[in-house]
Design a protein around this ligand. Structure first.
Ligand SMILES: NC(=O)c1ccc[n+]([C@@H]2O[C@H](COP(=O)([O-])OP(=O)(O)OC[C@H]3O[C@@H](n4cnc5c(N)ncnc54)[C@H](O)[C@@H]3O)[C@@H](O)[C@H]2O)c1
Length: 549
């Protein structure tokens, strides 16, 4: 059973006195040490949300450890060259790394010493087997759960941070309960000896006055947050919560600092309520209480899929209308303005574009499609599937426009691609529309010159390689050049294609660009970020999504 030390509300007043500068709950007061938080998975979500948590929580109250199976990624998190780019992230990591933020390959001991574990591993779309192409690949979640069971010696709160299909918490619980090591005190001894340094490093930071910790200190420092108060022989309890992440890449730090809401899904049991309270208190360090919402476990899981499906649906809706605008002469930006001013609709997510990308929208909508079919709701499945079909249609239609405008032949023509990441302010390229556009143009015999402000050359080439077969790649590679600037990419080009909405593309010297391009010089604005009138005045032939220019 879980000790309900965190539901002692009468002590909260004491906390207020102790922390009279800030009105927050003190974990230290209850534990005689900081709360140990572990993230399993140091990717976009694990890396950014853990860093912001460490940044916002007092160093003597909360220690955050992030672990990953990918040792290169961990090395990168511990270096000056972080594995991901997000505005503001580097500053936060540099400020907190080695204080109350630690990146480690040592998953076993990170689990062992944690009070709370966030599972933030990937859940990509399954590539083979049952549900291939739609269902979420849950093997990383299962592996993480098995590790937690193996290396836990005390009760813990386990939190689904990854996006998972509804009811996954049940599977995690079953795995944990079937594999837990009740009171196996020998379990980690050997492992701990081997990794004593890592844990000591953590411990030192917990108590700056004590820099010579020994094994005994270590044991006492790792006292569990949930103790089995009544009977030492009682079994370990894992309480599972769902706390989906709603960050958007490119604005991740800001999104986590100032979230619209924090969902904490839990079981309607006493333990479930206590666990929800603990997580509420943790978020309360920086999130206003009214934004922290406790809901049911299944609702929290399904909310994340639903939110992404609704966002993707909005993009597909405006993109479907953009095709109609191109045919009728209406202007999609005017339509978006007119509709967005309706307070029932709102203006966000009404930007027509070459299509959405990223690791989440497509996979989460497909997951919803799979779930709907699984529960024998084919009409619901078909409805959501159309969101993906429309997204693919928008990319294909854009490429067809390029083809038609370039006189129905692209063979040997030089096309400059501006932007390769799936959106601005990230170097994430997963499902980037640029990949589809580039491959279609290469297929037509184009010579492609690519510039992206953040995505490195090897990543660009690797993405192209992974999305075509071996023979095609060998054929294409000599026609692909990754450039260092927009000017270099457009030199001698017949056309520029805007694939990502990076701000710096808006302020280029387009007169200079025009002067060194092959005429007629075309610009295809797949993101609606340029001043089309000015470009036309310079002499460009301009084409843009959802407009007749
Ligand atoms: N990227 C986003 O914008 C975003 C936003 C919200 C939610 N999500 C969801 O969050 C989850 C993670 O997404 P991401 O973009 O951070 O993925 P990612 O691929 O960037 O990171 C996942 C990390 O988990 C690690 N990992 C896998 N199995 C592991 C294991 N057993 N033990 C330790 N580490 C392991 C991988 O090595 C990888 O570094 C997904 O479910 C995703 O849908 C992503």
């Amino acid at each position: 059973m879980i000790n309900n030390i965190f539901s002692l509300n009468e002590n909260e007043d004491n906390n207020k006195t102790i922390n009279n500068q800030k009105n927050y709950f003190s974990f230290k007061r209850y534990l005689n040490r900081p709360l140990n938080v572990c993230y399993i998975g140091a990717g976009y979500v694990g890396g950014t949300s853990s860093s912001v948590m460490a940044y916002k929580c007092p160093e003597d109250e909360v220690i955050v450890t992030v672990c990953d199976v990918d040792s290169e990624k961990i090395n990168s998190w511990n270096s000056d060259n972080l594995p991901i780019y997000e505005p503001g992230l580097e500053e936060i990591v540099k400020k907190k790394r080695g204080k109350n933020l630690f990146f480690t390959k040592d998953i076993d001991n990170s689990i062992y010493s944690a009070d709370i574990i966030f599972i933030s591993v990937g859940t990509p779309t399954k590539k083979k087997g049952i549900g291939a192409g739609q269902a979420a690949e849950l093997s990383f979640i299962e592996m993480a759960a098995r590790k937690i069971a193996k290396f836990s010696k005390n009760s813990k709160i386990i939190i689904e941070k990854s996006t998972v299909p509804c009811k996954t918490a049940d599977h995690i619980r079953t795995i944990l309960n079937a594999n837990k090591n009740n009171n196996d005190n020998k379990l980690l001894n050997e492992n701990l000896e081997n990794n004593i340094l890592d844990i000591c490093n953590l411990s030192i930071s917990r108590s700056s006055s004590n820099s010579t910790l020994n094994n005994e200190d270590l044991k006492s420092d790792c006292e569990p947050i949930f103790t089995d108060i009544d009977d030492k022989n009682k079994s370990i309890h894992f309480e599972i919560l769902s706390n989906p992440e709603f960050l958007a890449e490119g604005t991740a730090v800001n999104d986590i600092l100032y979230p619209d809401r924090i969902l904490i899904g839990g079981n309607e049991t006493k333990e479930g309520g206590i666990a929800q309270d603990v997580l509420c208190k943790l978020y309360s360090y920086w999130v206003p209480k009214e934004k922290i919402i406790k809901i049911g476990l299944w609702s929290a899981e399904l909310s994340k899929l639903s939110a992404n499906a609704l966002l993707a649906q909005r993009i597909s809706s405006i993109n479907s209308l953009s095709a109609l605008c191109e045919e009728t002469g209406a202007d999609i930006q005017e339509i978006a303005l007119a509709c967005g001013l309706d307070s029932r609709i709102g203006s966000k997510f009404l930007n027509a574009s070459v299509g959405f990308g990223g690791s989440c929208f497509k996979k989460d909508v497909l997951n919803l499609v799979y779930l709907s079919n699984y529960f024998n709701l084919p009409d619901v499945a078909d409805y959501w599937k159309q969101v993906i079909i429309m997204n693919d249609y928008r990319k294909t239609r854009f490429v067809k426009t390029i083809y038609n405008k370039l006189f129905n032949t692209i063979t040997g023509k030089i096309i400059a691609i501006y932007g390769f990441s799936f959106k601005k302010n990230t170097k994430d390229t997963r499902e980037s529309p640029a990949i589809t556009v580039i491959l279609s143009l290469l297929k037509e015999g184009a010579i492609i010159k690519i510039f992206d402000p953040k995505v490195p050359e090897d990543q660009i080439k690797n993405d192209i390689k992974e999305n075509c077969d071996f023979q095609e790649y060998n054929e294409y590679i000599s026609n692909i050049k990754v450039c260092h600037s927009c000017y270099e990419a457009s030199y001698g080009a017949n056309a520029i294609v805007i694939c990502t909405e990076w701000d710096e593309f808006k302020t280029l010297d387009y007169k200079r660009i025009y002067s060194h391009m092959t005429k007629p010089a075309f610009i295809f604005d797949g993101r609606l970020i340029l001043n089309h009138k000015e470009l036309k005045q310079i002499g460009f032939s301009v084409e843009a999504i959802g407009k007749r220019l």
